[in-house]
Design a protein around this ligand. Structure first.
Ligand code: ATP
Ligand code: MG
Length: 254
C-alpha cells in the first residue's frame, strides 16, 4: 500500500522571454493509501505539471514529496503507473505487446508477463483484443488498453491525467465505472486529474480543488458518497457542492 505526501511544493517554469512563471505555490496535500484522490482545477493551473513532478519527469523547485508504504517512508520514488490523456500505445505493437513492454520496463520477468497481460485485459474487458493492433481499436478501447497497461505493472501508486477527456460521454461513463470498480477492488492509491466535476464526484474518495495558476489548495473535501460507488443522482449533488467551492475561490477569495 502506498501513500503520498506533497509538502509545500513549488514549481517554476521560464516564459519565452526568460521571465519566471510560477506554476505550483506551496501546495500541500495527501493522497491516502487505497483511495482515489481527485485533483480538480481550472485549465492551465498546473495539474499535469503536478503529475509530472510526482512521476519524476520534472524536478520540484521547493518542497518535497514523501512516499510511504505501510506508514514507512520509502528511500526513493516507487514504481508509478501513469494513464495519459491519450493512450500513447505503440502502433507497431499489438495491445498485448504494448502491455508486455511496460511490464518488461517495470522489471517483471517474462513468465509472469503473459499472465498479467491476459489478466488485466480481461479486467478492462479487452480479452479478445490481445493480438490486435491499436489502429483497429476504437478510442474507448485504446483508453481501456492504456488503463490495463498502467494497472498491470501493479504499482501501488497510479496517476491518471484526464484519462477520459477525449472519448464520448457514454464511453467515458463506462470507463469511469470500470476504473472506479477496479480501484476499489485492487486497493490502489490513485491520483486522478480532471476538470469535469461530475467525474470528480463519481471517482473520488477525496477531492483536492486547486486555484488558478499558480496552483495552491482551494479546498480539500471528503466525498460523502458510499462505496462501492453507483452512478446516482447524489453524484450531481456533490458535483454542485464542488462547483460552488471552486467558483467561490475563482471569484477572488484567494
Ligand atoms: N515545459 C514547460 N515550460 C514552460 N511552461 C510550461 C511547461 N509545461 C507547462 N507549462 C505551463 O505551465 C502551466 C501549467 O500547465 P499544465 O499543463 O500543468 O496545466 P493543466 O492544469 O494540466 O491544464 P489543462 O487542464 O489544460 O490540461 C501552463 O501555463 C503551461 O503553459
Ligand atoms: Mg493537463
Amino acid at each position: 500500500m502506498a501513500q503520498l505526501l506533497v509538502k509545500g511544493a513549488e514549481k517554476w517554469f521560464r516564459r519565452e522571454d526568460g521571465r519566471p512563471l510560477k506554476i505550483l505555490d506551496r501546495l500541500s496535500f495527501e493522497a491516502r493509501e487505497g483511495c482515489v484522490t481527485v485533483v480538480v482545477g481550472p485549465s492551465g493551473c498546473g495539474k499535469s505539471t503536478l503529475l509530472n513532478v510526482i512521476v519524476g519527469l520534472e524536478p520540484l523547485d521547493r518542497g518535497e514529496l514523501v512516499f510511504l508504504n505501510n506508514a514507512r517512508e520509502l528511500p526513493r520514488r516507487p514504481l508509478i503507473g501513469y494513464v495519459f490523456q491519450s493512450p500513447r500505445l505503440l502502433p507497431w505493437k499489438t495491445v498485448g505487446e504494448n502491455i508486455a513492454l511496460a511490464l518488461k520496463g517495470a522489471g517483471v520477468d517474462q513468465r509472469e508477463r503473459e499472465g498479467r497481460v491476459h489478466r488485466y485485459l480481461e479486467l478492462v474487458g479487452l480479452k479478445e483484443f490481445v493480438n490486435q493492433y491499436p489502429l483497429y481499436l476504437s478510442g474507448g478501447q485504446r483508453q481501456r488498453a492504456g488503463l490495463a497497461r498502467a494497472l498491470a505493472i501493479e504499482s501501488d501508486l497510479v496517476l491518471m491525467d484526464e484519462p477520459f477527456a477525449s472519448v464520448d460521454e457514454l464511453t467515458a461513463r463506462q470507463l469511469r465505472q470500470t476504473t472506479r470498480h477496479l480501484c476499489e477492488q485492487l486497493h490502489r492509491t490513485v491520483l486522478f486529474v480532471t476538470h469535469n466535476l461530475a467525474e470528480a464526484a463519481y471517482m473520488s474518495d477525496f477531492v483536492v480543488a486547486l486555484t488558478e495558476r499558480p496552483a495552491c489548495m482551494a479546498e480539500y473535501l471528503a466525498n460523502p458518497l458510499p462505496s462501492p460507488r453507483q452512478w446516482s443522482p447524489e453524484i450531481y449533488g456533490f458535483a454542485a457542492e464542488l462547483e460552488s467551492k471552486v467558483t467561490l475561490k475563482e471569484e477572488g477569495d484567494l
